[in-house]
Design a protein around this ligand. Structure first.
Ligand SMILES: [Zn+2]
Length: 96
């Protein structure tokens, strides 16, 4: 009995040179666009900073850590998880 299990080679286009999902202007498949790195530390993920994203569908701006950008859904119109706070937003001090 002979098993002819050849290793399946996909159409080898898997290797992208480090997708810059945190670069300003990057748009993920859910139409969430990176605006800038706010420099604030993420509260959800260690050693990640918070980026400001803008939703191309509704225009909402919100914070998102670097690791979650590529699959981010808009918290306003796509049912995404709650945004991380943007440091410069005009909210009164939460921990006063
Ligand atoms: Zn939206």
């Amino acid at each position: 009995m002979k098993l002819t299990a050849k290793p399946v080679r996909g159409s080898g286009v898997r290797h992208k040179p480090l997708a810059a999902t945190t670069a300003p202007g990057y748009k993920n498949p859910n139409r969430q666009i990176v605006v800038r790195d706010t420099g604030a530390a993420s509260r959800l993920r260690d050693r990640q900073s918070v980026y400001e994203l803008r939703c191309d569908a509704c225009g909402l701006r919100y914070g998102c850590n670097g690791m979650d950008i590529k699959a981010r859904l808009c918290p306003g119109c796509q049912g995404g998880v709650a945004a991380e706070p943007l440091r410069e937003s005009q909210q009164s001090s939460l921990f006063g």
